[in-house]
Design a protein around this ligand. Structure first.
Ligand code: KG4
Ligand code: ZN
Length: 339
């Protein structure tokens, strides 16, 4: 098995990205993602529309991934899909498609936990140096904020998580308050580059242990914008870069404070940061600085493997295939799925 060439098809459809990827062992040959622009006009993902879009897109996205990889579908050894967590209607589309392919091509079906995939995306060959076990993972996305001890590929222990909103929501809802498009995280990141991170200060939450909370920050930010806009109706326009840099700075500080606590509690200095928000340039910069000053080993997946993508599903598929962890055709999608 070790020397064998394994072609894995990964399929991701847990939220609003329809994605397919082909891996040769742990190396990505293609990674095709179609993001659903339809949600922008609603300022957030509309589940009913998301599942319909997945149905429209999935065939062409999978086909394109196979073409770009330069293989034919008969060469695939296995098909891996996101079983959960996520939006049920969206998950059902990817799950059913993967099952059909598994039957049609007579290849094993492998279920993947989306949050484990964000973490294990660090083992995609194209990323460079991989971390050693045990490591700490901070998973920061639109739906989750978790601190996890990763003892081995599939031995993970959650040691902290958000009590309310996810960190991606803190970015997206703050963006909505100041009139930015969904998803606002990348826009706030871009606008912050020309802003002063200390222009405005926001109260950080006080949360016990290694848990997070972002809903108070969201409300505080909304109240601040409302108050300032009542004094100056052009407040947002006049201060857009400073507002973005300041809220981004606060969010990044909250994450890093907890990470510091987690390192102190566990004694683990091997750190992986993953999930959509790990694409944030300020978080990357601060963590790279800390890796020097605190002697931490910090790892980020490449940007294209941070936000939702099927390459991360493919790498988990490959790792499970090697372990012969094959799923039953009767397995079903699940919106909640513990890590
Ligand atoms: O992992 P992901 O693609 O989907 C979920 O599983 O939720 O994460 C999406 C989240 C969104 O909230 C988006 O605003 C945020 O990641 N995001 C960012 C950046 N790129 C994506 N947040 C801050 N800075 C970025 N550069
Ligand atoms: Zn995700």
């Amino acid at each position: 098995m070790e020397n064998q060439n394994i072609y894995t098809l990964g399929i991701e459809s847990s939220c609003d990205d329809t994605s397919a990827s082909i891996l040769l062992n742990d190396k990505v040959l293609s990674n095709v993602t179609s993001s659903q622009d339809i949600h922008k006009i609603y300022g957030g993902v509309v589940p009913e529309l998301a599942s319909r879009e997945h149905q429209k897109l999935i065939t062409s996205v999978v086909n394109e991934a196979i073409i770009r990889a330069g293989i034919n579908k008969g060469e695939l050894n296995t098909v891996a899909f996101t079983r959960g967590p996520g939006l049920l209607g969206s998950l059902l589309v990817g799950t059913s498609f993967a099952k059909s392919l598994s039957i049609g091509l007579n290849i094993p079906l492998i279920e993947v936990n989306h949050m484990q995939a964000h973490i294990l995306s660090i083992f995609i060959k194209n990323n460079g140096k991989a971390p050693c076990f045990p490591f700490l993972a901070l998973t920061v996305s639109g739906g989750h904020t978790q601190l996890v001890i990763v003892k081995d590929y599939f031995k993970m222990e959650e040691i902290g998580s958000t009590l309310d909103d996810a960190v991606g929501e803190a970015f997206d809802k703050s963006g909505k308050t100041i009139g930015l498009e969904y998803p606002s995280g990348p826009i706030i990141d871009r606008l912050s580059k020309d802003g002063d991170p200390n222009a405005f200060t926001f109260t950080k939450p006080k949360v016990e242990g290694l848990n997070f909370s972002f809903s108070g920050l969201k409300t505080g930010f909304m109240n601040f914008i409302k108050k300032e806009s009542s004094k100056n109706k052009n407040f947002i326009k006049d201060n857009l870069n400073n507002i973005c840099a300041s809220i981004q700075n606060t969010i990044v500080e909250i994450l890093i404070d907890k990470l510091n606590d987690a390192v102190k509690t566990t004694g683990i200095k091997e750190i992986v940061i993953c999930g959509g928000v790990s694409a944030n340039s300020e978080l990357r910069k601060k963590m790279n600085d800390l890796s020097v000053s605190n002697k931490w080993n910090v790892y980020f997946p490449k940007i294209e493997y941070c936000t939702d993508n099927a390459a991360m599903i493919g790498i988990v598929g490959y790792l499970k295939y090697k372990n012969r962890e094959i799923s039953d055709l009767s397995c079903s999608s699940t919106s909640r799925y513990k890590i």
